[in-house]
Design a protein. Structure first.
Length: 133
């Protein structure tokens, strides 16, 4: 069940993120995109009775494969960060859910963590691009 949910949500997130970027702009990478990803992974897993952490981790693996293919296998940093990041967001969600009983609070905390993470990564990439000019 976890594999199916992760694969379906990775596909859905890919399409939704593309639409966000096309119609709203790149700012969605640090706003709507992470929230949509977290909602898709968490809510489908929760309401279908699947384990949240494996769904998030498998989603990260799928994203890592995509990143690796897009980079033509030259670098492993983005793929490894995808796996670690999404696994972490799943652990945050499951931890908050376990402590509070609220999937919505877990989703909010994980979404905040994901947005914060993306802002941090975008800033690092922007600084790196500035230094290479």
């Amino acid at each position: 069940m976890e594999y199916v949910i992760a694969a379906l949500m990775a596909g859905l997130s890919f399409l939704v993120n593309r639409l966000f970027v096309r119609y709203i702009g790149p700012v969605t990478v640090i706003s709507l995109g992470p929230v949509a990803e977290e909602a898709a992974k968490t809510l489908f897993a929760y309401y279908l009775g699947a384990a949240i952490i494996p769904v998030h981790a498998l989603f990260g693996v799928i994203e890592a494969i995509y990143d690796w293919i897009q980079d033509e296998g030259r670098h492993l940093t983005a793929p490894l960060l995808s796996i670690m990041g999404h696994s972490f967001f799943g652990a945050v969600t499951a931890g908050v859910l376990s402590k509070t009983g609220s999937v919505w609070l877990g989703l909010a905390v994980a979404s905040t963590a994901h947005v914060t993470y993306n802002v941090f990564v975008v800033r690092i990439l922007a600084n790196k691009a500035d230094k290479n000019r």
